[in-house]
Design a protein around this ligand. Sequence first.
Ligand SMILES: *[C@@H]1O[C@H](CO)[C@@H](O)[C@H](O)[C@H]1NC(C)=O
Ligand SMILES: *[C@@H]1O[C@H](CO)[C@@H](O)[C@H](O)[C@H]1NC(C)=O
Ligand SMILES: *[C@@H]1O[C@H](CO)[C@@H](O)[C@H](O)[C@H]1NC(C)=O
Ligand SMILES: *[C@@H]1O[C@H](CO)[C@@H](O)[C@H](O)[C@H]1NC(C)=O
Length: 592
Amino acid sequence: MPVGRLTRTAIFCLSFIALCYLLEHSSYARYYRLQDDIPDASSIAPLKTFSKDKFLWDSISPSDDLVWHDCYSNNQCARLKVPLDYKNPDAASAAIAMVRIHSHVSHDSPSYRGPVLVNPGGPGGSGVSFILSRGAHLSTIVGPEFDIIGFDPRGVARSTPGVSFYKTRAERALRFDTPDGTRVFSANASADGLSRGWALGTLDGQLAGERDNGSLRFINSDHTSRDMLRIVEADGFEKLQYWGFSYGSVLGATFAAMFPDKVGRLVIDGVMDSEDYYATEWSKNLYDTDKTWMSFLNGCVDAGPSGCPLFAPTAAEISAKIDDLYVSLRARPIPVRTETSSGIVDFSMLRMRIFRALYSPYAAFPALAQALADLSNGNATTLFKMGEVPPFECACDASEYKYEDHAEAGAAIACNDGNQISPKYEDLLVHYEKLSKGSDWADIWESARMTCLAWPEFPKDHFQGPFIANTSFPLLVVGNTADPVTPLWAAKKMSKGFAGSAVLTQDSPGHCSLSAPSMCTQKHIRRYFFDGILPAADTVCNVDGTPFPSPGLDNVDQQAQAILSVSEADRNLMEAVWELARTFDVRFPTFV
Ligand SMILES: *[C@@H]1O[C@H](CO)[C@@H](O)[C@H](O)[C@H]1NC(C)=O
Ligand SMILES: *[C@@H]1O[C@H](CO)[C@@H](O)[C@H](O)[C@H]1NC(C)=O
Ligand SMILES: *[C@@H]1O[C@H](CO)[C@@H](O)[C@H](O)[C@H]1NC(C)=O
Ligand SMILES: *[C@@H]1O[C@H](CO)[C@@H](O)[C@H](O)[C@H]1NC(C)=O
């Protein structure tokens, strides 16, 4: 614990003597001894940083029954065999990898409530990785009576068949050779920005077709919905209990529309317009992005010079500083060398770093403000490090990376799910110009559908809507007022199709409810899962704190105050909610 922090905690304790015991003895205090005040760049590092899996998935043979094996430290893992093609169930099979956090009550106990399946978005996000890192907190929220199951959707990471456009890891690394670990760049970075994107996207689609061994066409949300039903049934239940974030809202809506009688509990959180997604339009995501950006600017003003390194008295002045940075980086990118890598900070990287930070205000706003302030002073290192990935290294043993997470899986799901789009540059340009009229962030977002430009023409005979159903239990639909990529509008629209569903609004910036700490929201979610009670119409939940530290309080003090202000019974929940907000980072889409 830094000395400054010690002193502040001491002063804080003196003013709340009775509560000192709590600060000293709760797991909260133990936890924060290990942490820095402000989340650093690594808390929002890209998903693509892959470290060797600590569990040998090949030690499990896929089986028709759900067989759980001990794995990682305290979890159980399984690989469930399912048909690769549900229209042809006796032919080849797929194997779905999953990890479980066991309920805290015994499965024999009358209070045991079965599994909740979770999808972390993407498309292409790994549910196994998500549950290994965040599952304990989700379990605290939904409650000890439930198991939490994270699964890798078919095509993704540890599930088979995988998706690969490249023959080797090295070939992939060469194509993604940027300090971001992604190949996304601003379409507005240069005069040929959009056409370069078009050419690279076309190449992706061509490779996807050429390197397909026949399994690629079965990687879609229709099949994954069927896989989810298989998981639930293999686990001994009839109906699905589910919490899906971001793209997970498309998967949830798809399941609910395909199997309305199999809905036990279903939460979609950070909701995308499924019709727009299945049309491969990606044109209705950015309605609230400017609101999120304004919350950064206004938050910085409110935090004052001590809370926000980029402080200026008005939002307009801060915005002008950023515009200056855009102009200056366009003219002169800055070379950066760190202990582990090197690269250039240019206009595209600045745009990407800002856009990504909008997803996770509580994890990223203070760090972003520091990075932008440093950049204004000519130091680009902080911004570079915000998303730095270690340079590619050849593996001695390629099998170590057999189940590596990579972006192609997400592209495959999105392009297979969606309608075929025109391969022509002229049509892409029309799409881009239209998107640009509605949003300042079209230059980044346009890349979301470029991999689909020359996508192989598979039959589109899978479920693509309509998203209308009388479900066996009503859906809970959660949206934030300033979500950068899934606007509240879409939550309201999707809710209309599902009879009896309720929209819960969280008044916060960020992508999905967990990107901001709200006891109100998470208690509603727990109440929905446990008691089956939906929030009243037009319920709006506030959040418990601000992304930037309030003047005079650092982040930790602010969290301490929030946690100490709730009853002991709520304390674990509050800790989980804050910890998630500090680390929540659902990539959407994974290839951006
Ligand atoms: C087809 O390719 C995928 C992706 O590389 C792989 O996971 C799968 O095992 C392959 N299937 C067959 C039958 O070779
Ligand atoms: C591209 O950048 C220029 C200069 O920064 C800006 O004026 C313009 O609005 C941008 N265009 C789009 C479509 O984002
Ligand atoms: C730039 O900022 C980084 C991180 O904040 C710091 O470690 C480094 O010393 C700075 N470099 C220069 C040249 O000031
Ligand atoms: C839902 O139920 C209502 C009332 O029974 C009926 O009118 C409607 O057609 C049903 N909708 C669907 C999609 O089945």
